[in-house]
Design a protein around this ligand. Structure first.
Ligand code: ATP
Ligand code: MG
Length: 761
């Protein structure tokens, strides 16, 4: 039996009715479908055969669908190394935390791609990929697709996104090549090479994931008329730039710094002023070995994308300059009217930083320690406190790194984006940070969790709500499955006229020292009507608690307004514009021209920028057909093949999987308009069981059509003699099929039956 045959189990298993029929697929059959057993049309709770649990390919087939049965099923599958399971329209992907040989090979890709019905194969991320690929061509007109990959940190989102990209780079490979300066590369190669670069600069080792993405990413793979990959574009969201200058205990800075440290040649070390053994404050835990510390791969990818040697040199000098800055310390001067002092070591480090950033050393030291205040037309110099000096140093590092990251993304886009005239459709892959809830949560978590609320709403509106509404509009009886509508939480966060974001922005725009207590009082006073926000009266620190769809999160208010302002002192921007490093000079001059009125001090708050970019993303998502993959992290320690029930159930509930399964299981997943139905199955009416002309397959008018469909269905269902392998005794048509106002709603079993009959005619 070929591996393709091994995968082709879903439909056959159902037909076998649990393996009654001996045949080709008998070894890998599904258990009897619960629907098949409930001949009275009622879905009855039946005892799950625990030994067979691992064979359920779709969680909607587990009956009864409860968090506990779903969990058991996933656990059983995990224990036999089956990592993908359907949950209605969603694919659940359990992280194996170990390489699984033969699961993602070229041959496997080809099998899924070449299969007439890939969905008949074992659940796999390639089914989702292939479905989206085929959907692009649409039935009437091409439809753009989005693959939304979600899950908590370490669940496998980035891994999955890479897999999807590799799939398209393989099955949709075009022969087009792209030229730039020194290189000529195939486009697929370039698209894939954007990953190592973005991961080197945007990922870091955290407590929860050794390769944690510290930014969100939406990549659109551009396809031409022949469905070939001709380019791509990347949009990134909210890089966690604070990590450059501050890392939590046992966490690390972005990978690229360690790659440089570990892999540099002697010559590079000299150039970057990084003698062996030199410690850098901003490079904690460098002894830790992380798979991603692969400098050669990053450099190679840069070359493929067309970043020439000179540009690379400029980039690495900037990064080395940042590292030197981290070792600069300030000491309060005894005379308050004098700037803070630097010890000898700090002077050396600041000198080296200045050389690497190609800015005047004196001026760098001044900018970090002295603020310029404008009083009318006059400027007054005011020394900064020790804490302010450190803040300015950190701010300088963060702004340089963030701008460099943005420049890289723009460069990558210029290198891989196809000309608009050459592509007509896209498949978007969204890999964004999952819901976050730490002991201390601040503005970053607020933004991240807000993004997750938006995506959850998209999921709810697109799938759950749409499905239920369609049932109602088609006149089907439907006991509404309760699901959590998160609109009130979104109103709380972003609504108008008053919301958490509007109040935060108002406080941030006021030209005064931010005060956490003021914001706390305003939030309580102006948002007390919203049940999603609360306060712990006994807490000493000003905070607020938001009831997110995935759980309650306490946000610390201290520092939130300042983070939202994200100010860059104008002296620092002007200093960087003077840099002799052409790249640094360019990125800061461009920034200034973009926003000339603000003199480098952007008045756009972090929250409004993030909200705008997310709204554009949502607009794009709404125009596409979405496909959801929910990655699940089976244990918090990233251990291979370890399944912790409590961890998994929390994630299943947080992403609404249990509700989805409920809806899919209770419903009719297949809908066919009457006309199309009669076109496909009308010929069954030619069978002698219909006697003469009792069904007019070509009948016009919706009532006539409906009656014709009903007639056909009832005859098919009643004629058990028609096919003895389908035991339909006493079957009520309602349990397998239902006629709505304009279309037929079917279970998979009914569809199988009809297809069988059709083949026999
Ligand atoms: P974050 O939100 O922190 O970025 P993430 O969801 O993107 O997390 P990944 O980085 O994709 O998580 O996955 C974490 C690790 O899990 C990977 O580095 C890899 O070691 C392992 N992993 C994930 N998926 C698979 C898979 N399908 N097969 C083998 N290992 C996997
Ligand atoms: Mg990731």
């Amino acid at each position: 039996m070929s591996s393709a045959d091994n995968r082709r189990i879903v439909r056959e298993g159902r037909r076998n009715g649990g393996g009654k029929e001996k045949g080709f697929f008998q070894k890998v059959h599904s258990p009897p479908s619960p629907l098949n057993d409930s001949l009275e049309g009622e879905i009855q709770a039946f005892l799950i055969d625990e030994d067979q649990l691992h064979t359920y390919d779709d969680l909607t087939k587990v009956n009864p669908v409860t968090p506990s049965t779903v969990l058991k099923c996933l656990q059983a599958r995990y224990s036999v190394k089956v990592f993908y399971t359907h949950a209605g329209c969603t694919l659940v992907a359990l992280n194996p935390f170990q390489p699984i040989p033969d699961l993602y090979t070229l041959d496997v890709m080809k099998e899924y791609h070449g299969a007439p019905q890939p969905q008949e194969f074992k659940p796999h991320i390639f089914i989702v990929a292939e479905e989206a690929y085929r959907n692009v061509q649409g039935q009437l007109e091409p439809v753009n697709q989005s693959l939304v990959v979600s899950g908590e940190s370490g669940a496998g989102k980035t891994w999955t996104s890479r897999c999807l990209m590799k799939y398209y780079a393989t099955v949709a490979a075009s022969s087009s090549v792209v030229k730039s300066q020194d290189t000529v590369e195939r486009i697929e190669r370039r698209v894939l090479d954007s990953n190592p670069i973005m991961e080197a600069f945007g990922n870091a080792c955290t407590l929860r994931n050794n390769n944690s993405s510290r930014f969100g990413k939406y990549i659109q793979l551009q396809l031409d008329r022949c469905q070939l990959l001709v380019g791509a574009s990347v949009q990134t969201y909210l890089l966690e730039k604070s990590r450059v200058a501050c890392q939590l205990a046992n966490e690390r800075n972005f990978h690229i710094f360690y790659q440089m440290m570990k892999m540099a040649t002697d010559e590079q070390r000299k150039e970057w002023k990084m003698p062996p053994g030199q410690c850098f404050v901003w490079l904690p835990n460098s002894e830790k070995t992380v798979e991603e510390d692969c400098f050669h791969e990053t450099v190679e990818a840069m070359v493929h994308l067309g970043i020439n040697t000179e540009r690379q040199r400029q980039i690495f000098r900037i990064l080395a300059g940042i590292l030197q800055l981290g070792n600069v310390n300030f000491y309060s001067s005894t005379d308050e009217s004098q700037p803070c002092n630097l010890d000898e070591q700090s002077k050396d480090f600041s000198q080296r930083a200045a050389e690497l950033l190609c800015v005047p050393a004196e001026e760098l030291q001044m900018c970090l320690r002295v603020r310029m205040l404008k009083a009318g037309k006059q400027s007054v110099l005011k020394p900064c406190s020790q804490a302010e000096c450190s803040m300015r140093r950190d701010c300088l590092a963060k702004v340089i790194y963030a701008q460099l990251f943005d420049w890289l993304v723009t460069f990558i886009n210029n290198s891989i984006c196809a000309d608009k005239s050459t592509w007509c459709n896209f498949i978007g892959v969204l890999d964004v940070y999952g819901f976050e809830c730490f002991q201390i949560n601040n503005l970053e978590q607020l933004c991240i969790n807000y993004a997750n609320e938006k995506l959850q709403q998209h999921f709810v509106s697109h799938y759950l709500r749409a499905q239920q509404e369609e049932y109602v509009s088609e006149g089907l009886e439907w006991s509404f499955v309760k699901y959590q509508d998160n609109q009130s939480c979104l109103d709380l966060l972003e609504g108008s006229p008053v919301s958490v974001f509007s109040l935060l922005n108002e406080e941030s725009r006021l030209n005064r020292v931010s005060d956490a207590k003021t914001l706390r009082v305003r939030l309580e006073k102006e948002l007390c009507d919203n049940a999603n926000i609360s306060w712990d009266k006994f807490s000493k620190e000003p905070h607020f608690t938001v009831a997110h769809y995935a759980g309650k999160v306490h946000y610390q208010i201290q520092g939130m307004v300042e983070k939202n302002k994200d100010p860059v002192p104008p002296e620092l921007s002007s200093l960087l514009q003077k840099s002799d490093n052409p790249l640094l000079h360019q990125i800061f001059t461009d920034k200034e021209t973009e926003n000339p009125t603000t003199k480098g001090l952007s008045k756009v708050t972090v929250v409004s920028k993030f909200k705008n970019s997310l709204e554009s993303l949502m607009k794009i998502l709404h125009t596409t057909t979405p496909h959801y993959t929910r990655c699940i992290k089976p244990n918090p320690d990233c251990k291979p093949l370890t399944f912790k029930k409590e961890e998994v159930i929390m994630q299943l509930e947080a992403c609404g999987i249990v509700e989805t399964i409920h809806i899919s299981a209770a419903g009719f997943p297949i809908r066919i308009p009457f006309q199309s139905f009669m076109q496909r199955y009308g010929l069954i009416a030619k069978h002698p069981m219909f006697k003469s002309g009792s069904v007019d397959a070509q009948a016009g008018g919706s009532d006539v059509l409906r009656r014709a469909v009903e007639k056909l269905l009832s005859v098919v269902l009643q004629h058990k003699a028609f096919d003895p392998s389908h035991n339909l005794d006493g079957q009520k048509p309602n349990s397998w099929v239902h006629c709505g106002r304009t279309k037929v709603f079917l279970t998979q079993l009914m569809l199988d039956l009809l297809e069988d009959q059709r083949k026999k005619i």
